[in-house]
Design a protein around this ligand. Structure first.
Ligand SMILES: Nc1ncnc2c1ncn2[C@@H]1O[C@H](COP(=O)(O)OP(=O)(O)OP(=O)(O)O)[C@@H](O)[C@H]1O
Ligand SMILES: CC(C)(CO)[C@@H](O)C(=O)[O-]
Ligand code: BAL
Length: 313
C-alpha cells in the first residue's frame, strides 16, 4: 500500500483544466473517478482500478466530489444527501494514490430570472433557465428509459450532462464508474461511444459489506432494522443467480420470487428487471449474459443493486 499523501484540492474549473493539461504535458495518463462524496470502500475500489489502469505512462488520479443538482427531481433527496468533506479527504489521503480532488461549489451557469427548484414547474433541483442560465442537456435516449430512468425522470439527463461537463473540464484519458449503478455505467459507455469522447471507461465491480449489502453512501440513512431487512436484496439476487445456473431461467418466475422476498421483508419494490447486459433490453429467458437489476425502498431509503449472470460460462 502507498504511503498516505494529501491530494491537492481544486475548486475552480479553469484551474482544474490547467492542472490536468500540465499532468498530460508531463507524460501522465489522467484518470478520473466521479463521485458525490461521503466516500466508502466502494469508491476507494474505483480509485484502485484507476491506479491499475493499463497505461504505459504514470497515472495522475483525480477524484471529483460534486453533488449534482440536475440529476435530482425536486421530490428526491438532494437536501439530505450525506456529506463529510473532511472525512473524504482523510480517506483519499490514506490511499496515497490520489493526486487531486475536484470539488467545485457549482458547475452550472445560473442565469438571470431564475426559476427556483421549489417554484412550480421545476423538474430538477437545478434552477433551470427561465432566463439565460443552463439549458443544454445530453440524453442517451433509449438506455435512459426504464429501470432507474422510469422512477427518476431527470436522473440520466443530469448524469450524462454533468459527466460530459466533467470530461470537458478534466479531459481525462480514463474514467472509472461502479457497476453498482449498472444502468448509469452503460449510459456513460454509450454516451462516450456516440459523442466520440476519447476516454476509456472502466466498469468496476460492486463492493459489498461482509453481510452482502452493496456499499452506498445512502446506507447511512438506514436504521438498524431497515439495514437488516435490506439484506434481502443481495440475498435474493444471489439465490436467483444460483437458481439460474441450475437451470431455473424463466425470468417471470425469477422476478416474481425476488419481488415476493423483498416485499415479505418489508421492502417496497421500485423495479426488478432482467436485462441483456449491454443493451439493457429485457429478456424472458436467461440464455446469455444478463443482469438482474433491483431498486427497492427500505424506509425512506431507495437502494439499488444488481447481479450479472452468464449461464454459458
Ligand atoms: N458499492 C460500490 N461498489 C462499486 N462502486 C460503487 C459502489 N457504490 C458506489 N459506487 C460507484 O461510485 C461512484 C460514485 O457514486 P456515488 O458517489 O453516488 O456513491 P453511492 O454510494 O452510489 O451513493 P448513492 O447510491 O447513495 O448515491 C459511481 O460510479 C458508483 O457506481
Ligand atoms: C456519476 C455521478 C458522479 C454524476 O453526478 C453520480 O451519478 C454518481 O456518483 O454515481
Ligand atoms: N450513485 C448515483 C447517484 C444518485 O443516486 O443520484
Amino acid at each position: 500500500m502507498a504511503a498516505p499523501r494529501e491530494p491537492e484540492v481544486i475548486r475552480d474549473k479553469a484551474a482544474m483544466r490547467a492542472w490536468s493539461r500540465r499532468r498530460r504535458a508531463e507524460g501522465k495518463t489522467v484518470a478520473v473517478v466521479p463521485t458525490m462524496g461521503y466516500l466508502h470502500q466502494g469508491h476507494l475500489s474505483l480509485i484502485s482500478a484507476a491506479a491499475a489502469a493499463a497505461s504505459a505512462d504514470p497515472v495522475a488520479i483525480v477524484v471529483t466530489i460534486y453533488v449534482n443538482p440536475s440529476q435530482f427531481a425536486p421530490s428526491e433527496d438532494l437536501a439530505t444527501y450525506p456529506s463529510d468533506f473532511a472525512g473524504d479527504l482523510r480517506k483519499l489521503a490514506s490511499t496515497g494514490v490520489v493526486d487531486a480532488v475536484f470539488n467545485p461549489p457549482d458547475l452550472y451557469v445560473r442565469g438571470a430570472g431564475r426559476r427556483g427548484a421549489a417554484s412550480g414547474g421545476a423538474i430538477s433541483c437545478l434552477e433551470e433557465a427561465a432566463g439565460d442560465g443552463h439549458e443544454t442537456w445530453v440524453r442517451v435516449e433509449r438506455l435512459e428509459k426504464g429501470m432507474c430512468g422510469a422512477s427518476r425522470p431527470v436522473f440520466f439527463r443530469g448524469v450524462a450532462t454533468i459527466v460530459s461537463k466533467l470530461f470537458n473540464i478534466i479531459e481525462p484519458d480514463v474514467a472509472v464508474f461502479g457497476k453498482k449503478d449498472y444502468q448509469q455505467w452503460r449510459v456513460i459507455c454509450r454516451m462516450v461511444r456516440d459523442l466520440d469522447f476519447a476516454i476509456e471507461i472502466i466498469g468496476s465491480e460492486i463492493v459489498r459489506e461482509a453481510d452482502g449489502l452493496a456499499m452506498s453512501s445512502r446506507n447511512v440513512h438506514l436504521s438498524r432494522e431497515e439495514r437488516e431487512k435490506a439484506l434481502s436484496i443481495s440475498r435474493s439476487l444471489v439465490d436467483a443467480r444460483t437458481g439460474a445456473l441450475k437451470g431455473n431461467t424463466d425470468c417471470k418466475q425469477i422476478k416474481n420470487k425476488i419481488v415476493q422476498t423483498l416485499t415479505e421483508t418489508g421492502g417496497q419494490v421500485d423495479y426488478v428487471e432482467i436485462v441483456e447486459q449491454e443493451s439493457l433490453v429485457p429478456v424472458e429467458q436467461i440464455d446469455g449474459p444478463v443482469v438482474i437489476c433491483v431498486a427497492a425502498w427500505f424506509g425512506k431509503v431507495r437502494l439499488i443493486d444488481n447481479i450479472e449472470i452468464d449461464t454459458r460460462s
